[in-house]
Design a protein around this ligand. Structure first.
Ligand SMILES: Nc1ncnc2c1ncn2[C@@H]1O[C@H](COP(=O)(O)OP(=O)(O)OP(=O)(O)O)[C@@H](O)[C@H]1O
Ligand SMILES: [Mg+2]
Length: 251
């Protein structure tokens, strides 16, 4: 069974401790959102889980294997800016991970085309990144991450730079694709509503060094609808998390 276990992880940059003895578990198919103040260590934690940043102590185990070294096939990462290669077409950007894995050209382009269509970009196979809007670039980034069929998807504020309408649409699309191909997701966001709307579970982190202040099992059934954002239980949880974050920052 695919699962992620982070245990006893500590990390300092020079004399600045970012994580001290932090642990978390993610179950197969679980969607977990991470909330926390700016600079607390969320991106650092994601990079550690992705194997791109070393730890001072502790372990990251994905599907029974220690995560070490460079980005592996079990993980897919989506950044805030889609971070596409400007000299590659949309299709070739999506196919990039498969190329690294040594998948033959014909097969990787076929698979990339499938995911590009899945994110609503049929007809944009040959477009260059600069010809795409921010939202479209973000879709390419999502297709690229799904294309390698990762067990674990790491998303670092993937919709942070988008306008509200595009963000709402991409939230629903992400859930649709995730439901079709369930996998573990760790989703960093500053949006409390976004976390409540998307996640099965939310971890609220303190200011640096990041530690989990609170874990919230999101009580809303799927499929979730926009209208739930007006329900009393949603508003109450939103208020509770907001106060928790504000109190921690000013404490
Ligand atoms: N490569 C690095 N070298 C030195 N310090 C770093 C490095 N990466 C991060 N830091 C420091 O670690 C701390 C946590 O940074 P991180 O990017 O993980 O925060 P974050 O929670 O993702 O913040 P934000 O919400 O603003 O993205 C910050 O104090 C930052 O300056
Ligand atoms: Mg960050």
């Amino acid at each position: 069974m695919a699962s992620l276990s982070v245990s006893g992880v500590s990390k300092s940059f020079g004399s600045v401790p970012v994580l001290i003895d932090q642990s978390l578990e993610v179950a197969e198919g679980e969607f977990v959102a991470l909330l926390g103040p700016s600079g607390c260590g969320k991106s650092t934690l994601l990079q550690i889980i992705n194997g791109l940043t070393s730890v001072d102590a502790g372990r990251v185990v994905l599907d029974g294997q220690d995560v070490t070294g460079k980005s592996g096939t079990g993980r897919g990462m989506v950044f805030q800016g889609a971070d596409l290669f400007p000299w590659r077409s949309a299709l070739e950007n999506v196919a990039f991970g498969l190329e690294v894995m040594g998948v033959p050209r014909k097969e990787r382009l076929e698979r990339a085309r499938h995911y590009l269509h899945l994110v609503g970009l049929k007809g944009f196979e040959d477009a260059w990144p600069h010809q795409l809007s921010g939202g479209m670039q973000q879709r390419v980034g999502i297709a690229r991450a799904f294309c390698v069929k990762p067990q674990l998807l790491l998303m670092d504020e993937p919709f942070g730079a988008l306008d509200v309408q595009t963000r709402d649409i991409l939230q629903d699309e992400l859930v649709r694709i995730w439901e079709a191909e369930p996998k573990m997701v760790l989703f960093v966001t500053h949006g409390i509503e976004e976390a409540l709307y998307l996640a099965d579970r939310i971890l609220v982190f303190s200011k640096r060094p990041a530690r989990v202040l609170k874990e919230i099992v999101v009580p809303f059934e799927r499929p979730r609808r926009e209208a739930m954002k007006l329900e009393p239980q949603f508003l109450e949880l939103r208020r509770e998390i907001s106060e928790l974050l504000r109190h921690d920052i000013t404490a």
